[in-house]
Write a protein that binds this ligand. Sequence first.
Ligand SMILES: [Zn+2]
Length: 479
Amino acid sequence: MGGTSSKSHKSSLAILERKLTESEEDTLTDFAITGYEKCKLKLSDSEIKEHQEEIISKVRRLCDKLGELYPVFAVGDILPNGSYFNGSKIIYPDECDLLLVFKHISVGNDVYIKSDLNNRVNVKIYNKSLKKQIKEITPLLSLGGIVGKYKLTYHIKYLLQSAIHTCLSQLEGIHYVGKRRLGLTSSEWDCLNRLRLLHQEGSTSLYKDIIESYKIPDKLKDRCRNGTYDPNLSPDTVELDKLIHGPCVRIRLGGGKYTTDIDLGFCIEDGRHLILPYNDGDTFMNDETQWTQSVYNSKHKLDKQHNKLLMLLKLLILECHLVPDSSTYSSHALKTLVLHHQAKCSSSERSLGGCLCIVAHHVFEFYEMKEEDQYLWIYDSEKKLSDVDFPGAADVQTGRAFGRRTENYWIMPVVLYVVIRALRSGCCTGEEALNVDRWLIISELWKNKEKSGFVKEYSRKCKIQSQKIDELITRFYSK
Ligand SMILES: [Zn+2]
Protein backbone atom coordinates (compact mmCIF):
# COMPACT_ATOMS: atom_id res chain seq x y z
CA MET A 1 0.00 0.00 0.00
CA GLY A 2 1.33 3.45 -0.89
CA GLY A 3 1.83 4.83 2.61
CA THR A 4 2.92 8.26 3.68
CA SER A 5 6.64 8.04 3.86
CA SER A 6 8.04 9.24 7.14
CA LYS A 7 11.16 10.27 5.27
CA SER A 8 9.52 12.58 2.77
CA HIS A 9 9.10 15.98 4.38
CA LYS A 10 7.60 17.80 1.44
CA SER A 11 4.81 15.30 1.41
CA SER A 12 1.77 16.00 3.53
CA LEU A 13 -0.52 18.42 1.83
CA ALA A 14 0.75 17.26 -1.55
CA ILE A 15 -0.16 13.70 -0.61
CA LEU A 16 -3.49 14.76 0.83
CA GLU A 17 -4.30 16.66 -2.33
CA ARG A 18 -3.71 13.56 -4.43
CA LYS A 19 -6.96 11.94 -5.51
CA LEU A 20 -8.24 9.34 -3.06
CA THR A 21 -7.52 5.77 -4.05
CA GLU A 22 -10.30 3.26 -3.66
CA SER A 23 -8.64 1.63 -0.67
CA GLU A 24 -8.04 4.98 1.04
CA GLU A 25 -11.66 5.86 0.52
CA ASP A 26 -12.70 2.53 2.02
CA THR A 27 -10.54 3.13 5.10
CA LEU A 28 -11.94 6.65 5.52
CA THR A 29 -15.49 5.38 5.15
CA ASP A 30 -14.88 2.55 7.61
CA PHE A 31 -13.52 5.15 10.04
CA ALA A 32 -16.44 7.53 9.48
CA ILE A 33 -19.16 4.90 9.89
CA THR A 34 -17.54 3.37 12.99
CA GLY A 35 -17.10 6.88 14.43
CA TYR A 36 -20.71 7.79 13.76
CA GLU A 37 -21.94 4.58 15.42
CA LYS A 38 -19.72 5.32 18.41
CA CYS A 39 -20.87 8.91 18.97
CA LYS A 40 -24.60 8.76 18.19
CA LEU A 41 -26.97 8.86 21.15
CA LYS A 42 -27.60 5.43 22.60
CA LEU A 43 -31.28 6.05 23.12
CA SER A 44 -34.37 4.83 21.31
CA ASP A 45 -36.52 7.34 19.43
CA SER A 46 -39.21 7.05 22.10
CA GLU A 47 -36.71 7.65 24.93
CA ILE A 48 -35.45 10.77 23.13
CA LYS A 49 -38.99 12.00 22.59
CA GLU A 50 -39.87 11.43 26.23
CA HIS A 51 -36.75 13.28 27.45
CA GLN A 52 -37.37 16.22 25.11
CA GLU A 53 -41.01 16.50 26.14
CA GLU A 54 -40.00 16.44 29.80
CA ILE A 55 -37.58 19.34 29.21
CA ILE A 56 -40.11 21.42 27.31
CA SER A 57 -42.82 20.90 29.91
CA LYS A 58 -40.48 21.95 32.74
CA VAL A 59 -39.36 25.03 30.84
CA ARG A 60 -43.03 25.83 30.14
CA ARG A 61 -43.70 25.87 33.89
CA LEU A 62 -40.73 28.16 34.42
CA CYS A 63 -41.96 30.49 31.66
CA ASP A 64 -45.44 30.59 33.15
CA LYS A 65 -43.91 31.72 36.43
CA LEU A 66 -41.89 34.35 34.58
CA GLY A 67 -45.04 35.71 32.94
CA GLU A 68 -46.79 35.75 36.30
CA LEU A 69 -44.03 37.69 38.11
CA TYR A 70 -42.88 39.83 35.17
CA PRO A 71 -45.79 40.14 32.70
CA VAL A 72 -43.64 42.07 30.23
CA PHE A 73 -41.44 38.96 29.81
CA ALA A 74 -44.31 36.51 29.26
CA VAL A 75 -43.34 33.78 26.79
CA GLY A 76 -45.56 32.57 23.96
CA ASP A 77 -44.04 29.87 21.75
CA ILE A 78 -41.24 27.63 22.97
CA LEU A 79 -39.29 26.54 19.92
CA PRO A 80 -36.93 23.54 20.06
CA ASN A 81 -33.64 24.39 18.36
CA GLY A 82 -30.03 23.26 18.02
CA SER A 83 -28.23 19.90 17.83
CA TYR A 84 -30.34 17.85 20.19
CA PHE A 85 -33.63 18.71 18.54
CA ASN A 86 -32.13 18.53 15.03
CA GLY A 87 -30.69 15.05 15.58
CA SER A 88 -26.97 15.83 15.58
CA LYS A 89 -26.19 15.75 19.31
CA ILE A 90 -23.43 13.30 20.14
CA ILE A 91 -22.43 11.17 23.17
CA TYR A 92 -25.15 12.12 25.72
CA PRO A 93 -28.35 14.21 25.57
CA ASP A 94 -26.83 16.63 28.08
CA GLU A 95 -27.33 19.95 26.27
CA CYS A 96 -30.21 21.51 24.41
CA ASP A 97 -31.41 24.85 23.08
CA LEU A 98 -34.84 26.39 23.31
CA LEU A 99 -36.00 29.63 21.76
CA LEU A 100 -38.53 31.46 23.93
CA VAL A 101 -40.59 33.97 22.00
CA PHE A 102 -41.79 37.04 23.91
CA LYS A 103 -45.56 37.29 23.92
CA HIS A 104 -45.94 41.00 24.62
CA ILE A 105 -42.89 42.42 22.91
CA SER A 106 -43.74 42.32 19.26
CA VAL A 107 -42.52 43.99 16.14
CA GLY A 108 -44.90 46.58 14.77
CA ASN A 109 -46.84 47.07 18.00
CA ASP A 110 -44.11 47.72 20.52
CA VAL A 111 -40.72 47.80 18.91
CA TYR A 112 -39.34 48.15 15.47
CA ILE A 113 -36.27 46.52 14.09
CA LYS A 114 -33.60 48.24 12.07
CA SER A 115 -31.15 45.87 10.42
CA ASP A 116 -27.83 46.61 8.78
CA LEU A 117 -26.32 44.62 5.92
CA ASN A 118 -25.49 41.62 8.07
CA ASN A 119 -27.37 39.82 10.82
CA ARG A 120 -26.99 42.61 13.36
CA VAL A 121 -30.01 44.67 14.25
CA ASN A 122 -31.17 47.45 16.55
CA VAL A 123 -34.36 47.11 18.54
CA LYS A 124 -36.09 50.47 18.94
CA ILE A 125 -38.90 50.79 21.45
CA TYR A 126 -41.79 53.03 20.64
CA ASN A 127 -44.32 51.64 23.05
CA LYS A 128 -44.00 53.96 26.06
CA SER A 129 -45.75 51.57 28.41
CA LEU A 130 -43.36 48.75 27.48
CA LYS A 131 -40.39 51.01 28.12
CA LYS A 132 -41.84 51.97 31.48
CA GLN A 133 -42.47 48.36 32.48
CA ILE A 134 -38.90 47.30 31.70
CA LYS A 135 -37.51 50.33 33.52
CA GLU A 136 -39.62 49.47 36.54
CA ILE A 137 -38.14 45.99 36.78
CA THR A 138 -34.59 47.19 36.26
CA PRO A 139 -33.91 49.00 39.59
CA LEU A 140 -35.61 46.14 41.39
CA LEU A 141 -32.96 43.81 40.09
CA SER A 142 -30.25 46.43 40.55
CA LEU A 143 -29.16 46.50 36.96
CA GLY A 144 -28.65 49.50 34.80
CA GLY A 145 -28.48 50.31 31.14
CA ILE A 146 -31.18 48.00 29.86
CA VAL A 147 -33.09 50.65 28.00
CA GLY A 148 -31.13 53.25 26.07
CA LYS A 149 -32.79 56.47 25.07
CA TYR A 150 -34.70 54.73 22.29
CA LYS A 151 -33.00 51.38 21.89
CA LEU A 152 -33.20 48.23 23.93
CA THR A 153 -29.67 47.06 24.77
CA TYR A 154 -28.58 43.43 24.88
CA HIS A 155 -28.04 43.76 28.63
CA ILE A 156 -31.66 42.71 28.87
CA LYS A 157 -30.29 39.14 29.02
CA TYR A 158 -28.82 39.87 32.47
CA LEU A 159 -32.17 41.21 33.57
CA LEU A 160 -33.78 38.00 32.32
CA GLN A 161 -31.18 35.94 34.17
CA SER A 162 -32.05 37.72 37.43
CA ALA A 163 -35.75 37.27 36.74
CA ILE A 164 -35.20 33.53 36.12
CA HIS A 165 -33.31 33.35 39.42
CA THR A 166 -36.31 34.82 41.24
CA CYS A 167 -38.72 32.48 39.45
CA LEU A 168 -36.66 29.39 40.26
CA SER A 169 -36.51 30.45 43.92
CA GLN A 170 -40.31 30.57 44.03
CA LEU A 171 -41.21 27.64 41.81
CA GLU A 172 -42.77 24.75 43.69
CA GLY A 173 -41.86 21.12 43.17
CA ILE A 174 -38.21 21.75 42.33
CA HIS A 175 -35.04 21.96 44.36
CA TYR A 176 -33.26 25.14 43.30
CA VAL A 177 -29.59 25.09 44.23
CA GLY A 178 -28.90 28.68 43.16
CA LYS A 179 -26.87 30.74 40.73
CA ARG A 180 -23.32 29.46 40.22
CA ARG A 181 -20.64 28.66 37.66
CA LEU A 182 -21.64 25.33 36.16
CA GLY A 183 -19.00 22.67 35.72
CA LEU A 184 -18.54 20.38 32.72
CA THR A 185 -21.38 18.44 31.10
CA SER A 186 -21.38 14.62 31.13
CA SER A 187 -19.97 14.43 27.58
CA GLU A 188 -17.21 16.90 28.41
CA TRP A 189 -16.36 15.19 31.68
CA ASP A 190 -16.15 11.74 30.03
CA CYS A 191 -13.75 13.22 27.53
CA LEU A 192 -11.65 15.08 30.09
CA ASN A 193 -11.55 12.12 32.44
CA ARG A 194 -9.84 10.08 29.71
CA LEU A 195 -7.08 12.69 29.74
CA ARG A 196 -6.92 12.55 33.55
CA LEU A 197 -6.24 8.84 33.39
CA LEU A 198 -3.44 9.44 30.87
CA HIS A 199 -2.12 12.20 33.12
CA GLN A 200 -1.94 9.77 36.01
CA GLU A 201 0.40 7.73 33.88
CA GLY A 202 2.61 10.81 33.79
CA SER A 203 2.28 11.42 30.10
CA THR A 204 1.05 14.98 30.09
CA SER A 205 0.91 18.34 31.80
CA LEU A 206 -2.09 19.26 29.70
CA TYR A 207 -4.65 18.08 32.26
CA LYS A 208 -3.34 20.49 34.86
CA ASP A 209 -3.31 23.35 32.38
CA ILE A 210 -6.92 22.66 31.37
CA ILE A 211 -8.21 22.51 34.95
CA GLU A 212 -6.31 25.68 35.88
CA SER A 213 -7.85 27.52 32.94
CA TYR A 214 -11.44 26.81 34.02
CA LYS A 215 -13.24 29.59 35.76
CA ILE A 216 -15.10 27.25 38.08
CA PRO A 217 -15.13 27.11 41.90
CA ASP A 218 -12.04 25.52 43.53
CA LYS A 219 -14.25 22.78 44.95
CA LEU A 220 -15.19 21.67 41.43
CA LYS A 221 -11.57 21.93 40.29
CA ASP A 222 -10.54 19.60 43.13
CA ARG A 223 -13.19 17.09 42.12
CA CYS A 224 -11.91 17.21 38.54
CA ARG A 225 -8.38 16.67 39.80
CA ASN A 226 -9.22 13.62 41.90
CA GLY A 227 -11.76 12.22 39.48
CA THR A 228 -14.82 12.54 41.72
CA TYR A 229 -16.51 15.25 39.68
CA ASP A 230 -20.10 14.33 38.85
CA PRO A 231 -22.16 16.51 36.53
CA ASN A 232 -25.41 14.74 37.39
CA LEU A 233 -28.06 16.36 39.56
CA SER A 234 -30.88 14.54 41.33
CA PRO A 235 -34.25 14.61 39.57
CA ASP A 236 -35.92 18.05 39.63
CA THR A 237 -32.83 19.75 41.00
CA VAL A 238 -31.97 22.95 39.12
CA GLU A 239 -28.87 25.16 38.93
CA LEU A 240 -28.68 28.51 37.16
CA ASP A 241 -25.42 29.31 35.39
CA LYS A 242 -23.75 32.51 36.53
CA LEU A 243 -22.37 32.92 33.02
CA ILE A 244 -24.39 34.09 30.06
CA HIS A 245 -23.92 31.93 26.98
CA GLY A 246 -24.04 34.07 23.89
CA PRO A 247 -27.61 35.34 23.94
CA CYS A 248 -28.80 32.65 26.36
CA VAL A 249 -29.51 32.13 30.04
CA ARG A 250 -28.43 28.58 30.94
CA ILE A 251 -29.97 26.28 33.52
CA ARG A 252 -28.90 22.74 34.48
CA LEU A 253 -31.77 20.41 35.13
CA GLY A 254 -31.54 17.02 36.84
CA GLY A 255 -33.78 14.44 35.23
CA GLY A 256 -34.77 10.85 35.72
CA LYS A 257 -32.12 9.63 33.29
CA TYR A 258 -30.08 12.61 32.18
CA THR A 259 -28.95 15.89 33.59
CA THR A 260 -29.30 18.47 30.85
CA ASP A 261 -27.99 21.99 30.34
CA ILE A 262 -30.74 24.04 28.74
CA ASP A 263 -29.94 27.25 26.89
CA LEU A 264 -32.88 29.61 27.10
CA GLY A 265 -32.79 32.02 24.16
CA PHE A 266 -35.33 34.75 24.78
CA CYS A 267 -36.23 36.41 21.50
CA ILE A 268 -38.50 38.75 19.58
CA GLU A 269 -40.26 37.36 16.54
CA ASP A 270 -39.93 39.33 13.31
CA GLY A 271 -41.48 37.47 10.41
CA ARG A 272 -39.09 34.69 9.43
CA HIS A 273 -36.41 36.06 11.75
CA LEU A 274 -35.95 35.82 15.49
CA ILE A 275 -34.08 38.63 17.20
CA LEU A 276 -31.81 37.74 20.13
CA PRO A 277 -29.97 40.03 22.58
CA TYR A 278 -26.41 39.40 21.47
CA ASN A 279 -23.53 40.95 19.60
CA ASP A 280 -20.84 38.53 18.40
CA GLY A 281 -18.17 41.13 19.16
CA ASP A 282 -16.81 40.93 15.63
CA THR A 283 -16.63 44.69 15.39
CA PHE A 284 -13.97 46.70 17.17
CA MET A 285 -16.62 48.82 18.82
CA ASN A 286 -18.77 46.54 20.91
CA ASP A 287 -22.10 48.26 20.38
CA GLU A 288 -24.41 47.24 23.18
CA THR A 289 -27.49 48.24 21.21
CA GLN A 290 -26.81 45.63 18.54
CA TRP A 291 -28.76 42.39 18.66
CA THR A 292 -28.49 39.31 16.43
CA GLN A 293 -30.95 38.00 13.86
CA SER A 294 -31.42 34.29 13.59
CA VAL A 295 -33.51 32.05 11.35
CA TYR A 296 -35.74 29.42 12.90
CA ASN A 297 -36.36 26.36 10.77
CA SER A 298 -33.87 27.37 8.10
CA LYS A 299 -34.44 26.01 4.60
CA HIS A 300 -30.81 24.87 4.65
CA LYS A 301 -30.91 21.37 6.07
CA LEU A 302 -28.42 18.54 6.12
CA ASP A 303 -29.32 15.26 4.42
CA LYS A 304 -28.84 12.02 6.33
CA GLN A 305 -25.30 11.34 5.13
CA HIS A 306 -24.03 14.85 5.81
CA ASN A 307 -25.68 14.86 9.23
CA LYS A 308 -23.62 11.76 10.04
CA LEU A 309 -20.56 13.62 8.80
CA LEU A 310 -21.36 16.57 11.07
CA MET A 311 -21.63 14.25 14.07
CA LEU A 312 -18.34 12.57 13.22
CA LEU A 313 -16.58 15.94 12.96
CA LYS A 314 -17.96 16.89 16.37
CA LEU A 315 -16.48 13.68 17.76
CA LEU A 316 -13.09 14.37 16.16
CA ILE A 317 -12.73 17.81 17.74
CA LEU A 318 -14.34 17.04 21.11
CA GLU A 319 -10.96 17.10 22.87
CA CYS A 320 -9.88 20.33 21.14
CA HIS A 321 -12.85 22.15 22.69
CA LEU A 322 -11.48 21.49 26.15
CA VAL A 323 -8.05 22.94 25.39
CA PRO A 324 -7.85 26.56 26.57
CA ASP A 325 -7.72 29.29 23.91
CA SER A 326 -8.09 26.81 21.07
CA SER A 327 -10.61 28.73 18.92
CA THR A 328 -12.17 25.37 18.06
CA TYR A 329 -15.15 25.43 15.68
CA SER A 330 -18.53 25.61 17.40
CA SER A 331 -21.31 23.25 16.49
CA HIS A 332 -22.81 26.03 14.34
CA ALA A 333 -19.52 26.64 12.50
CA LEU A 334 -19.13 22.91 11.78
CA LYS A 335 -22.68 22.68 10.50
CA THR A 336 -22.09 25.71 8.28
CA LEU A 337 -18.94 24.07 6.92
CA VAL A 338 -20.83 20.86 6.09
CA LEU A 339 -23.75 22.79 4.55
CA HIS A 340 -21.35 24.60 2.21
CA HIS A 341 -19.88 21.23 1.25
CA GLN A 342 -23.27 19.59 0.76
CA ALA A 343 -24.29 22.29 -1.72
CA LYS A 344 -21.37 21.25 -3.93
CA CYS A 345 -21.23 17.53 -3.13
CA SER A 346 -21.62 15.48 -6.29
CA SER A 347 -22.96 11.95 -6.37
CA SER A 348 -19.55 10.49 -7.31
CA GLU A 349 -18.12 11.74 -4.03
CA ARG A 350 -20.95 10.45 -1.92
CA SER A 351 -19.13 7.96 0.26
CA LEU A 352 -18.94 9.18 3.85
CA GLY A 353 -15.15 8.82 3.74
CA GLY A 354 -14.91 10.87 0.54
CA CYS A 355 -17.03 13.65 2.08
CA LEU A 356 -14.93 13.59 5.27
CA CYS A 357 -11.76 14.06 3.26
CA ILE A 358 -13.17 16.99 1.27
CA VAL A 359 -14.51 18.78 4.36
CA ALA A 360 -11.23 18.28 6.25
CA HIS A 361 -9.51 19.89 3.27
CA HIS A 362 -11.81 22.87 3.52
CA VAL A 363 -10.66 23.27 7.11
CA PHE A 364 -7.01 23.10 6.01
CA GLU A 365 -7.77 25.81 3.46
CA PHE A 366 -9.28 28.03 6.14
CA TYR A 367 -5.95 27.84 7.95
CA GLU A 368 -3.92 28.08 4.72
CA MET A 369 -2.01 25.01 5.82
CA LYS A 370 1.05 24.05 3.80
CA GLU A 371 4.17 21.94 4.00
CA GLU A 372 7.25 23.98 3.33
CA ASP A 373 10.91 23.80 4.40
CA GLN A 374 10.21 20.64 6.40
CA TYR A 375 7.53 22.31 8.44
CA LEU A 376 3.77 22.20 8.50
CA TRP A 377 2.52 25.79 8.59
CA ILE A 378 -0.82 26.79 10.05
CA TYR A 379 -1.96 30.36 9.57
CA ASP A 380 -4.39 32.42 11.54
CA SER A 381 -5.81 33.51 8.21
CA GLU A 382 -8.65 35.96 7.82
CA LYS A 383 -10.67 33.71 5.54
CA LYS A 384 -14.32 33.92 6.45
CA LEU A 385 -16.81 31.10 6.78
CA SER A 386 -20.09 32.78 6.04
CA ASP A 387 -23.44 31.84 7.53
CA VAL A 388 -25.70 30.14 4.97
CA ASP A 389 -28.73 32.10 6.18
CA PHE A 390 -26.88 35.43 6.21
CA PRO A 391 -24.30 35.23 3.41
CA GLY A 392 -23.16 38.81 3.90
CA ALA A 393 -22.83 38.47 7.66
CA ALA A 394 -19.94 38.02 10.00
CA ASP A 395 -17.71 34.97 10.12
CA VAL A 396 -19.12 31.98 12.01
CA GLN A 397 -15.67 30.72 13.07
CA THR A 398 -15.51 31.36 16.80
CA GLY A 399 -12.89 32.31 19.30
CA ARG A 400 -11.67 35.41 17.55
CA ALA A 401 -10.85 38.49 19.56
CA PHE A 402 -10.49 41.64 17.48
CA GLY A 403 -10.48 39.53 14.34
CA ARG A 404 -7.72 37.20 15.54
CA ARG A 405 -7.86 33.64 16.75
CA THR A 406 -6.64 32.82 20.23
CA GLU A 407 -3.20 31.39 21.03
CA ASN A 408 -3.80 27.67 20.55
CA TYR A 409 -5.81 27.97 17.33
CA TRP A 410 -3.54 25.43 15.62
CA ILE A 411 -4.76 22.49 17.76
CA MET A 412 -7.99 21.71 15.89
CA PRO A 413 -6.63 21.84 12.31
CA VAL A 414 -3.55 19.82 13.32
CA VAL A 415 -5.64 17.10 15.00
CA LEU A 416 -7.76 16.79 11.85
CA TYR A 417 -4.64 16.80 9.70
CA VAL A 418 -2.97 14.00 11.70
CA VAL A 419 -6.14 11.84 11.59
CA ILE A 420 -6.66 12.28 7.84
CA ARG A 421 -3.01 11.64 7.08
CA ALA A 422 -2.91 8.52 9.22
CA LEU A 423 -6.02 7.20 7.49
CA ARG A 424 -4.66 7.92 4.02
CA SER A 425 -1.28 6.46 4.79
CA GLY A 426 -2.78 2.98 5.01
CA CYS A 427 -0.90 2.25 8.22
CA CYS A 428 -4.06 1.20 10.07
CA THR A 429 -7.71 0.31 9.53
CA GLY A 430 -10.48 2.86 10.06
CA GLU A 431 -11.48 1.23 13.31
CA GLU A 432 -7.89 1.15 14.59
CA ALA A 433 -7.52 4.85 13.80
CA LEU A 434 -10.70 5.60 15.73
CA ASN A 435 -9.35 3.76 18.76
CA VAL A 436 -6.27 5.96 18.94
CA ASP A 437 -7.04 8.41 21.74
CA ARG A 438 -6.68 11.88 20.23
CA TRP A 439 -5.54 13.11 23.66
CA LEU A 440 -2.27 11.26 22.99
CA ILE A 441 -1.65 13.44 19.94
CA ILE A 442 -2.72 16.67 21.64
CA SER A 443 -0.68 15.86 24.78
CA GLU A 444 2.48 15.26 22.78
CA LEU A 445 2.03 18.50 20.85
CA TRP A 446 1.26 20.36 24.06
CA LYS A 447 4.17 18.93 26.02
CA ASN A 448 6.57 19.98 23.30
CA LYS A 449 4.90 23.28 22.54
CA GLU A 450 7.87 25.43 23.34
CA LYS A 451 10.57 22.82 23.07
CA SER A 452 13.07 22.93 20.24
CA GLY A 453 10.67 24.22 17.67
CA PHE A 454 8.30 21.26 17.83
CA VAL A 455 5.45 23.73 17.72
CA LYS A 456 6.51 27.32 17.20
CA GLU A 457 4.20 30.28 17.21
CA TYR A 458 4.73 33.64 15.60
CA SER A 459 2.31 36.38 15.01
CA ARG A 460 -0.62 34.88 13.08
CA LYS A 461 1.26 31.75 12.10
CA CYS A 462 2.55 28.58 13.63
CA LYS A 463 4.84 25.81 12.42
CA ILE A 464 5.43 22.22 13.42
CA GLN A 465 8.31 20.06 12.20
CA SER A 466 6.99 17.66 9.58
CA GLN A 467 9.27 14.99 10.95
CA LYS A 468 7.57 15.24 14.35
CA ILE A 469 4.17 14.75 12.76
CA ASP A 470 5.45 11.73 10.88
CA GLU A 471 6.81 10.37 14.16
CA LEU A 472 3.46 10.87 15.91
CA ILE A 473 1.64 9.00 13.15
CA THR A 474 4.14 6.14 13.19
CA ARG A 475 4.11 5.93 16.97
CA PHE A 476 0.36 6.00 17.54
CA TYR A 477 -1.24 4.73 14.36
CA SER A 478 1.13 2.23 12.72
CA LYS A 479 0.46 -1.32 13.73
ZN1 LIG B 1 -20.60 15.16 0.61
